[in-house]
Design a protein around this ligand. Structure first.
Ligand SMILES: NC(=O)c1ccc[n+]([C@@H]2O[C@H](COP(=O)([O-])OP(=O)(O)OC[C@H]3O[C@@H](n4cnc5c(N)ncnc54)[C@H](O)[C@@H]3O)[C@@H](O)[C@H]2O)c1
Length: 412
């Protein structure tokens, strides 16, 4: 195991809830199984940024203190989902059996999501029902804090005033007094109708769309071209993937929502949007394994034309799950430290980050480590100390936040 401290530093820590929207999906199942595997010492925390030394004294909740629950619209039991992932090589063979108790415990905390076809409930009623599920989880399990993380299927971009499901859940998180992280490109808290409630809630939030593969590379390579004064003429990309994500992204509207984030990183790091598009193809036979190809045409000295091509072959859920755990720990800790509003310092994790922050991965990492350093300055539960300090430094617009479930007043 690495220089990790918190995997075992757990015995007396308060319990922290992680409420997953899309709790029976590949990413969510890998999060629950992976957290149990690390806590039991079966696997090292590879890929978990918050287990590296820079975060050792930031007061993050230990992995063993995390309690999982969530919403989903399907009823496949989590242990069965984990078996399917192991059969596909996403989870190590034998892991579903080794962590069967933890999977079953999380499965008992999953509530029906929505809206189902033909559901006649109003937006307000759905938000209230989702918030009541979260509040019940918090109270029954005696959780000190709970973060809501969206890992549900990608939706098409929202149009008009109607709230898409991701925004109903985000409103429910606000109503339940929970910080929120959106690991998907879906609208979530980004809906104009939620802006006022998000601001008034005093809660911290992070998003959108986890940066795990092609866009991770783009956020490293984009700054390289700029810093070396090389002119990018075109940047094109293709993705082949299967699994539930591949099926969801076969819908052109959902794929368009995803591609907007992938292209934003180029505009932000190159200062201009180069020619070229990103394509996503659903190849069910690939399951959770993704191949992403980028083709970059650029000019060198005296206009000499050159090409860089990259091929990324990754297991999507194995890339995403540690980041979801990182985000859950950091967002909960931010709330505990009294921070509110968009957590721009978590841009390192996202394709389309909320708030202010740099676009290149190196600078994003520096911002994240700075954030971890500021968290060190506060006692756990010390309230507004970090928020006050950040305001003094003029780096954040965070203010003192609310402190627990149900404290955000009349939101939705
Ligand atoms: N894996 C990665 O590398 C990665 C990176 C960035 C973003 N993401 C995003 O994470 C999300 C999850 O990916 P996945 O591979 O686990 O997909 P998945 O299809 O395996 O899981 C999605 C889950 O969401 C559930 N769901 C759909 N609509 C819902 C609703 N209204 N309420 C509650 N649950 C609902 C589905 O039933 C399913 O269980 C996707 O949006 C994906 O784009 C993944």
């Amino acid at each position: 195991m690495s220089a990790s401290v918190s995997v075992s530093d757990s015995v007396s820590s308060p319990l922290v809830g992680v409420w997953l929207i899309g709790a029976r999906g590949s990413v969510a199942t890998t999060v629950v199984a992976g957290c149990a595997a690390m806590t039991a010492g079966l696997h090292p925390p590879t890929g978990l940024v918050t287990e590296t030394p820079a975060f050792a004294d930031s007061g993050l909740p230990p992995l063993a203190s995390l309690v999982f629950g969530g919403h989903d619209t399907v009823d496949c039991p989590l242990p069965k989902r984990a078996e399917a992932l192991a059969a596909g090589g996403v989870l190590p063979p034998g892991l579903p059996t080794a962590v069967a108790a933890e999977l079953a415990a999380a499965d008992r905390e999953i509530r029906p999501g929505g809206p189902a076809t033909g559901d006649t409930r109003t937006e307000q009623e759905l938000i209230e029902a989702f918030a009541a599920d979260i509040e019940d989880f918090v109270q029954r399990r005696g959780l000190a804090r709970t973060v809501v993380v969206n890992v549900a299927s990608t939706e098409p971009s929202a149009v008009g005033r109607a709230l898409p499901p991701s925004s109903l859940y985000a409103a429910a998180a606000l109503r339940a007094g929970c910080p929120y992280a959106n690991f998907t490109p879906s609208t979530g808290l980004h809906h104009p109708a939620l802006a006022e409630s998000a601001e008034a809630s005093g809660l911290p939030y992070a998003g959108r769309d986890g940066k795990t593969g092609q866009t991770l590379l783009r956020s490293v390579l984009g700054p390289m071209f700029t810093q070396r004064a090389l002119t990018v003429r075109a940047w094109s990309g293709a993705n082949l993937l299967g699994g539930g994500d591949g099926a969801a992204l076969a819908d052109p509207a959902a794929a368009a929502a995803k591609n907007a984030g992938k292209e934003r990183v180029l505009a932000d790091t190159l200062g201009t949007t180069p020619e070229g598009e990103v394509h996503i193809d659903d190849v069910p036979a690939l399951g959770d394994w993704k191949t992403a190809w980028d083709h970059i045409a650029f000019d060198g000295f005296l206009g000499t034309r050159m090409i860089l091509q990259t091929i990324w072959q990754g297991c999507d859920s194995a890339l995403a799950a540690p980041l979801v755990l990182d985000l859950a720990r950091l967002t909960v800790r931010a709330q505990e430290a009294g921070l509110s509003g968009p957590l721009g310092e978590l841009g390192f994790f996202f394709k389309d980050p909320v708030g202010e922050g740099p676009a290149g991965l190196g600078e994003q990492y520096e911002a994240l480590v700075g954030f971890a350093g500021r968290l060190k300055g506060t006692e756990r539960g010390a309230g507004d100390v970090v928020g006050g300090r950040a305001e003094d430094e003029g780096q954040l617009r965070h203010e003192k936040g609310s402190s627990g479930a149900g404290s955000s007043g009349e939101l939705w």
